[in-house]
Design a protein around this ligand. Sequence first.
Ligand SMILES: [Zn+2]
Length: 215
Amino acid sequence: MLQCPSCARSQEPRLICSQCGTPLAADLDLFAALQLPRLLEINTGNLETAYHELGRRIHPDRFASARPEIRDASLRATALLTRAYRTLRDPISRGRYWLELHGHKLGENNKQVPPELAELVFEVQEKLSDWRAAHGEDEAGFRDGLLELKTERVRLQGLLDEFYAELLENFAAFDGGGPDSDQLFAELRTNLSKLAYLQTLVRDVDRALEDSAVG
Ligand SMILES: [Zn+2]
């Protein structure tokens, strides 16, 4: 139980005193901070609303002349709320946080390229380096390489969308109380790792395409 420094009411840890509205420096998980149910499927509209409404109620400006203890609670509650919002609004960081919240690590083998992606990553990296090598040496090769990279970018986007859809399916299975949570956690780790690799690859291709637009 947590006691409100303002009205002294004793209550379950929460962001705002249920009796007087004073911000409380409670140690909450990020779902609880936003007063959202602990579920992976989040309605973005609800998330935005919760963040803005709670943020307004605990805003440090409102407590500028309050006792230091309460000012401090307002700052800490605001920092927690912001962290919760930023972490939960993005499905990938939400998935990572879910693992953390349940005591699962992303895993050591996360540093390895997931097998089903290894070939693709290799192929695209090779195209990138051939293309860079053609620069200033082989104009026709450079132009063809650019076209190939643009086509590749479209294919990668298709895969990204597919992996995102898989991640959201995994979220739905968790929320539906899937039959085997060990399997769901393993799937989640794989999904996150695949997305991380693909995103890095897409960033490399995008950077190369941007450079070619500038140069
Ligand atoms: Zn109170």
